[in-house]
Design a binder for this molecule. Structure first.
Ligand SMILES: [Zn+2]
Ligand SMILES: [Zn+2]
Length: 381
């Protein structure tokens, strides 16, 4: 029997290579040969045992990988009609990316708030599907494998030749900092929200932080400051639009806060984007925010405990805008593909390490070590 290999996470910190039957492609489906998959912070933290909260422990066994780039290997006769294809027509051999959620098209958000399909109450999510249950046949729905089976209803983008593999792997990270654009409201011209001459502080020196700095810079920020914990990452901050980078692992948080106030004329920053995934960054950030400023929480996707906030001093007195951002709708893929095509930021430089499929666990551990920026796995190399 012909098979295809995928890396399966069977429990936290327990990974194994499994062979799956090579699938017969249905009329309305297609099969992708994976060229590369980005290692997402979510993948690495889930591998390490973090969950989506006490009521959402996550599914095992699972083939991770939702930041996938691949070539169409086999296409069902009706796939052109059953998929939502952008930049088509699509044929075998084309390089594609796809939106990792298939919205149900029936729930409150899909039907009544269609601009928010990322909030769908019953989505199918590539990279998070149980790969043993019979109803999930043919099981290969994660990018950490040689092939991915694409179901009807998937939003697919055919990549133009101008976008390189390295850039395509960054796409989902760029998409995940959509919140920076949400700060373009309410009244940047009156000093509230992100606008020309704004000051922006990015907390977190990982790929998400770099993308946030890049977007803030491209959207007109006058001053972009990054705070992180790793010089090996912070040294790249300037490539992605930051003017200053501070390392809080070397100095006290209060000393860094003092520097931030000094750089902003004693006021604090207009906009803070928290990309750390650490709950404590919320309180630390709020203390550096200007009154009337905007705080955007992006990094805390997986559950990692709670923090204490003083609502009087840190919220009311600040007269602030607090934005929590959860992923993005499919439209964001289109927008960020255009941004990548424009080559206005050297996003390809974020990619610092490549791994084979047999080294997937090493890649997850490497992400957790924070030694690099973006990592990718190339399952067919
Ligand atoms: Zn991701
Ligand atoms: Zn829905």
């Amino acid at each position: 029997m012909k098979t295809t290999r995928s890396v399966v996470l069977v429990a936290p910190r327990k990974v194994e290579m499994r062979e799956f039957p090579f699938p017969e492609v249905a009329r309305d489906a297609l099969l992708v040969e994976v060229e590369a998959v980005g290692v997402c912070g979510g993948d690495a933290r889930f591998y390490a045992g973090q969950t989506f909260g006490p009521e959402h422990p996550g599914e095992f066994p699972v083939i991770l990988g939702h930041e996938t780039v691949g070539r169409v290997k086999d296409m069902g006769e009706d796939a052109t009609e059953s998929m939502v294809i952008h930049g088509g027509p699509l044929k075998e051999g084309d390089r594609i990316v796809w939106y990792p959620l298939i919205p149900c098209e029936r729930c409150h958000y899909c039907t009544l708030q269609p601009q928010s399909k990322h909030l769908c109450q019953n989505p199918w999510v590539y990279g998070w599907i149980n790969c043993e249950r019979p109803e999930n046949r043919p099981w290969i729905y994660g990018g950490y494998g040689e092939h991915v089976y694409i179901r009807p209803g998937t939003h697919i983008w055919k990549l133009p030749p101008t976008i390189t593999l390295e850039e395509a792997v960054i796409l989902d990270t760029l998409v995940s900092v959509r919140g920076v654009e949400r700060a373009l409201t309410p009244y940047p011209n009156l000093g509230e929200g992100l606008g020309l001459a704004s000051t922006v502080l990015v907390q977190g020196d990982g790929p998400v932080g770099m993308c946030a700095a890049a977007k803030a810079r491209l959207l007109g920020a006058n001053l972009v400051i990054m705070i992180g914990k790793h010089w090996n990452r912070l040294e790249h901050a300037k490539d992605f639009g930051a003017d200053f980078a501070f390392n809080i692992s070397e100095s006290d948080q209060r000393i860094v806060a003092k520097e931030v106030f000094k750089l902003t004329g004693g006021l604090g920053v207009d906009v803070i984007v928290d990309c750390t995934g650490e709950p404590s960054s919320l309180t630390q950030g709020l203390d550096m925010l200007k009154r009337g400023g905007t705080f955007i929480e992006i990094g805390c996707i997986l559950h990692k405990g709670t923090v204490e906030i003083d609502p009087a001093l840190q919220l009311t007195a600040k007269d602030l805008w607090l934005i929590g951002q959860y992923y993005a709708p499919p439209q964001q893929y289109e927008r960020d593909l255009r941004l990548l095509s424009s080559k206005r930021m050297p996003f390809h430089r974020m990619l610092s390490c490549r791994f084979k499929l047999t080294e997937a666990e090493e890649a997850l551990k490497a992400h957790l070590s924070r030694k690099w920026l973006k990592l990718m796995i190339q399952p067919n190399k």
